[in-house]
Design a protein around this ligand. Structure first.
Ligand SMILES: Cc1ncc(COP(=O)(O)O)c(C=O)c1O
Length: 450
């Protein structure tokens, strides 16, 4: 030990945190919880009985499907260690699921199981060399991972006039700067935060651009099964099998985010050496997903009528609520809104109010979120950095999941609405709080304009 520094001085020193960790933002689930807690406290200080309209956190509102609950009970005694890439029986079941639902031909050897798609996406960014391309707006998860890995990345700003979809010609021009050097791009379909779904033709054109520009794709298809008109969904694993890492999991369509289980189909052109690299890094970082969870998941990947019914009912409820809410938001003067076709989000463009917002001391898109949740509006949503937006781009993601999912599920099953008028009645009965949230948003717009 150095003579100049005493043990007491060393004990008194602060812990030093690595620069790359300091550079990343708090993930949105934590950031939103902290923001809401702060506003709750401030409002309590004013004697306000704080309640808020919860349009921020994107968690499926439904119950864990009963076959999964039962299977987990049965597999509790599977306490042994397993394989980094996942147990063979589960990889086989995942391969079968991908064939049945998406038409993807993937040998189980190309499938890796991980603790949620988030970890798998992190693994891909870590393993694949070259820079990353992140379309904006996007889900917040990607950019902190890239920053943590100190990976080079480029933001591809999506065009609102093209429904925030990647345009092949735009991507081609954008890729010229890379001169054929390998890059990896995220395509999230259905898209969080806009809810838009790509057609097969659109994906084929994008795949062609990727081929000629040496762009690999992380096809984040975690919302695939929730596509409202399921026939509209095409997997990138079908149109660009040689270059896509297709990720999916239990979190959204089977409402089991807490189970932490996802899968990745490696690109067809992955060599044995590439897939070994994947296993090696998986084993180094997370070892593997808990063995009982892996065994339980087999039952909800294998053909199962109860799960098929669950998919059908939950996607219909998402459709009914998302269609009605986005239409109602769109009626508010000054707001432009996407229409969701899958998932449980839509995107609101507030830029028409930009001058009023600046005048009202809302200087950027991060501040937009704070203004909306301020007393008395109490409207929580995700804005700014959390959607990878430029500070001057006033946009927000709306998650429409603030209702009792189990009750809505049972009500739908007992008496499914069969036309638009009945759909609206269904929303009024099952999701009244979100409708009240729209009234609060209208008052906020009036306030901003006043
Ligand atoms: C677009 C998107 N990708 C990935 C994830 C992470 O999913 P998982 O729970 O499988 O890690 C989420 C969760 O919010 C998401 O919205």
């Amino acid at each position: 030990m150095s003579e100049e520094i005493t043990p007491n001085e060393l004990t008194a020193r602060k812990i030093e945190i690595e620069q790359h960790v300091q550079a990343i933002k708090m993930p949105d689930n934590l950031a939103i919880a902290l923001m809401v807690a702060k506003h709750r406290k401030n409002c309590n200080d004013e004697g306000c009985p704080f309640d808020y309209y919860a349009f921020a956190f994107g968690q499926s509102p439904f119950h864990v499907p009963p076959p999964l609950v039962k299977a987990l009970g049965k597999s509790a005694e599977k306490g042994h260690y397993s394989d980094a890439e996942g147990i063979p029986q589960l990889r086989e079941a995942v391969a079968g699921f991908n064939k049945r639902w998406f038409g993807i031909d993937a040998d189980p050897d190309r499938i890796v199981i991980g603790p949620g798609t988030k970890d798998l996406i992190h693994l891909i960014f870590d393993i694949v060399s070259g820079g990353a391309i992140l379309p904006s707006p996007s889900w917040i998860g990607y950019s902190p991972q890239i920053k943590l890995l100190e990976k080079h990345f480029h933001i591809l700003h999506l065009n609102p006039d093209n429904d925030y979809k990647i345009e092949p010609s735009q991507l081609h021009d954008f890729a010229k700067q890379f001169s054929g050097e390998q890059h990896v791009m995220v395509i999230n379909n259905p898209h969080n935060p806009t809810g838009v779904v790509y057609s097969r033709g659109e994906l084929e054109e994008i795949a062609d651009v990727c081929r000629v520009n040496n762009i690999l794709v992380i096809a984040d298809e975690i919302y695939a099964i929730t596509t409202y008109n399921f026939d509209d969904f095409t997997s990138m694993g079908v149109v660009y099998p040689e270059g896509s890492f297709v990720t999916n999991g239990l979190s959204k369509d089977r409402s089991s985010g807490g189970y932490r289980l996802g899968s990745c189909i490696l690109p067809e052109k992955c060599s044995k050496k590439d897939s070994d690299a994947f296993k090696k890094v998986a084993a180094t970082i997370y070892t593997y997903v808990s063995t009982p969870t892996q065994f339980a998941a087999i039952d909800v990947y294998n053909p199962n009528d109860e799960i098929d019914e669950y998919f059908e009912i939950t996607r219909n409820i998402h459709r009914i609520i998302g269609t009605h809410l986005s239409a109602e938001f769109g009626k508010i003067d000054g707001l432009k809104v996407t229409t969701p076709h899958g998932g449980f989000y839509f995107f609101v463009d507030f830029n028409e109010l930009k001058d009023d917002l600046k005048r009202k001391d809302v200087p950027d898109s991060n501040a937009l979120g704070h203004s909306l949740i301020d007393h008395p509006f109490h409207f929580a949503c995700v804005t700014g950095d959390a959607c990878l937006l430029d500070p001057d781009d006033y946009g927000a993601r709306i998650a429409f999941v603030d209702y009792n999912g189990k009750q809505a599920y049972d009500n739908y099953k007992a008496d499914p609405p069969s036309n638009e008028a009945e759909d609206i009645e269904f929303v009024k009965k099952n999701a009244p709080k979100m409708l009240n949230g729209i009234e609060s948003l209208k008052k906020w717009v009036e306030f901003i304009r006043s």
